[in-house]
Design a protein around this ligand. Structure first.
Ligand SMILES: Cc1cc2nc3c(=O)[nH]c(=O)nc-3n(C[C@H](O)[C@H](O)[C@H](O)COP(=O)(O)O)c2cc1C
Length: 164
């Protein structure tokens, strides 16, 4: 099963989380692709219709609860070019800061989740919120969460991937 991680980031934290997942989860999903959201639109969910693929939205939050600049085009495309995404299974890692932005904590990831659900996509598991003010390492927490998430998402008959 392929894992495609779509990264929305301003100052690279979300990118580093995605890269940690790529290294730590290669035995559970193969390949693990990391793709910055720059320039993407809703068609990113078309390419793999016939493949066994899971999507992971990994995005931070900016402004007053907005998605980062590099995620704007994809986020708006979900609204401006809507289509049924019933074939899409996805998870969300949402990055934010509860100390400075309590009212809009992790809204970037939560906004993506709302739009994807509106279009019929199926979220697997709960949203993973990574809080930059809680003293944990986002790469470590994100990769650990992703291992558990992948294990829950894998069909029961699937053996872990041969990463070689
Ligand atoms: C200008 C600015 C605005 C932010 N706004 C929010 C916000 O509204 N909600 C939130 O939860 N975090 C907010 N954050 C925190 C970031 O989302 C958080 O630090 C995140 O880890 C950054 O990830 P990145 O390096 O991948 O962009 C903001 C940070 C900055 C610098």
């Amino acid at each position: 099963m392929k894992l495609k991680i779509l990264v929305g980031s301003m100052t690279h934290t979300a990118k580093h989380v995605a890269q940690a997942i790529q290294m730590e989860c290669a035995d559970l999903a193969n390949p693990v692709e990391v793709e910055p959201m720059d320039g993407l639109d809703i068609s990113v969910f078309d390419a793999d219709k016939t493949e066994d693929v899971l999507y992971l939205i990994c995005t931070s939050t900016y402004g007053a609860g907005d998605v980062p600049d590099n995620a704007q085009a994809l986020y708006q495309s979900l609204d401006l070019q809507p289509r049924f995404l019933g074939h899409v299974r996805y998870g969300v890692i949402a990055l934010g800061d509860s100390a400075s932005h309590a009212q809009t904590f992790c809204f970037g990831g939560k906004h993506f989740d709302e739009r994807l659900q509106d279009l019929g996509a199926q979220r697997i598991g709960e949203i993973c919120c990574l809080d930059s003010s809680d003293g944990t390492l986002p790469e470590t927490v994100g990769a650990e969460w992703c291992r558990q998430w992948l294990q829950a998402a894998l069909p029961k008959s699937s053996a872990p991937c041969d990463a070689t």
